[in-house]
Design a protein. Sequence first.
Length: 240
Amino acid sequence: MTSTNTEKKSGKPGEGSEQSVPLSLRLFVRLVQLWDRVRLARLVRAHPGLRIDPAASSNLAVARWELGKNVRIVIEEGVVVERTPNALRIHVEDGGELRIGRDTWLRTEVEPVHLIVYPNGRLNIGTEGWLNGCLVSSKQEVTTGVRTWIGPGTHVYDSDQHDFDDTTPEQSAPVRMGDHIWVGARVMVLKGVAIGSHSIIGAHSMVTHDIPAHSVAYGVPAEPHGKVGDRTRVSAVVGN
């Protein structure tokens, strides 16, 4: 199913001139968007801690929302997602906090996106992010910086997820990812890791310890194998 949101920036779903689209289709799209805004308004009324900027995509209405009590969720302007029902899962348990920063693309065309926050956990997605078919799970705290890209099939965990055995309880530690990072496909990022700004993590890697800024790292476990320059102006859109 294609996106019905026409508010997005170049390279994101909805790109293109409305003038080339038949009037009947434009009217249909507007009706769908209006209905989606009504659905989002109902969701916000049902969860007082949820705030969705009016300039965020109306396609958020078809996401799979699983919200507990006393959650605090902020979705900022320009956040976009394809209009594929249930392809975006937002699961926030009691007391959890989620922020999705301005102009972030939650891309579900390849694989679903799962954002999971356990009780009293915190997940902060920085501005202009690109989460492409990935899973991010927070039991304590996960933070991504400005223009962090996370590739399809990648999982980010700040916890063991379970007790190891009867005498070794589950451990959690914050995951912090800097600005202008590219994490490739099928990567595993584990608890307590910090990835420095302007770094690239190669596909199929497992990040078990800190990666310095401006590093290209890969392997199991991921180790630096080279240097990366300034990624401030690198485009996520193919062809730019």
